[in-house]
Design a protein around this ligand. Structure first.
Ligand SMILES: [Zn+2]
Length: 305
């Protein structure tokens, strides 16, 4: 049963109290009902503040403990408002935008929440791409141009994979890679695309090893391509990502966090046709209770832009 708010009035009605938020988190974390984390008993009673107590061994578990919401000092209602706001902004939101929208006193809190939620945007054990997939690489950041085979200084090389379907682009995956060598590209493909899929690339020989790994590889050098671009979908995704990083985030992300920004873009892109924003709200909270807590110490204080 997927129960989620359809509009902001629903959001207010569904979550008037902290208890209502805790109840929602417990339904999403334990859809089959709570099972004791220690003895697996299904008999429990609920205590205040989202605590579940086992009737057999008396072990107590908190619904937020071991999730993204662990150790939060802010009300869950505020988190829910933040998540609602984030999924309803078609082009995403910067930390500063979130801080203003929620009236948060601290920029750092907004910044940290965005980073935590980005980690929940990747579903644990998500599917790999399949079918016909265009693959390419792009550089992000830095001023100097770089050579493809090696990493360029100040820039991050990103692997781009875009499913090609009759109506255009299906799902995408984006992943920073060290360089465009055969070994690194093979690793990226194996992590993101099902063997048996057809890879379409330009003439770069970094993808040649993949035929041996169970992929069909169609390699067309630019000069031999009828349109002049053998991977137009991968190129389109690359330019959209760059525009998004420059527009929504003003290109201000730190390189060590780039992977998480790319996860956010992927989350938004792959759900761009979803008519219900409420479903995205549901999905993000569902994944937030499935992932491990993100320790605040991972985040050095950010400076206000
Ligand atoms: Zn127990």
């Amino acid at each position: 049963m997927e129960r989620y708010p359809c509009n902001v009035m629903d959001l207010i009605d569904m979550f008037p109290t902290e208890d209502a938020c805790l109840e929602y988190l417990s339904l999403l974390r334990w859809p089959e009902g709570y099972t004791c984390l220690r003895c697996k008993s299904r008999a429990y009673w609920k205590k205040a503040r989202g605590l579940f107590c086992c009737r057999d061994c008396e072990y107590e578990a908190s619904v937020i403990c071991g999730t993204l919401f662990q150790d939060t000092h802010k009300p869950l209602r505020l988190w829910f408002q933040a998540i609602w706001y984030i999924v309803n902004q078609k082009n995403g939101v910067s930390a500063l935008g979130l801080q203003k929208a929620l009236g948060l006193g601290s920029y750092h809190t907004a910044w940290e929440w965005m980073h935590k939620l980005r980690r929940a945007m990747v579903r644990p054990g998500r599917d790999k791409l399949s079918g016909l997939v265009e693959v390419n690489e792009m550089f992000i950041g830095g001023a100097r141009s770089g050579k493809r085979g090696r990493g360029a200084e100040g820039k991050t090389l990103v692997f781009v994979a875009a499913e090609t379907i009759p109506s255009g682009i299906g799902r995408i995956r984006l992943m920073p890679i060290e360089n465009a060598s055969g070994a690194k590209l093979s690793q990226a493909v194996l992590q993101t695309i099902e063997p048996g899929s057809t890879l379409r690339s330009d003439g770069w020989d970094g993808y040649n090893l993949l035929a041996r790994q169970g992929y069909v590889h169609q390699s067309t050098p630019h000069k031999d391509s009828i349109s002049g671009d053998p991977t137009p979908n991968a190129h389109l995704v690359a330019s959209l990502v760059k525009r998004w990083l420059l527009g929504t985030h003003q290109g201000a992300m730190r390189p060590e966090y780039l992977a998480y920004y790319l996860d956010e873009y992927t989350f938004r892109f792959n759900r761009r046709t979803s008519r219900s924003r409420g479903k995205l709200f549901y999905r993000l909270i569902e994944q937030a209770v499935q992932i491990d807590p993100v320790p605040a110490t991972l985040f050095a204080p950010a400076t206000t832009p």
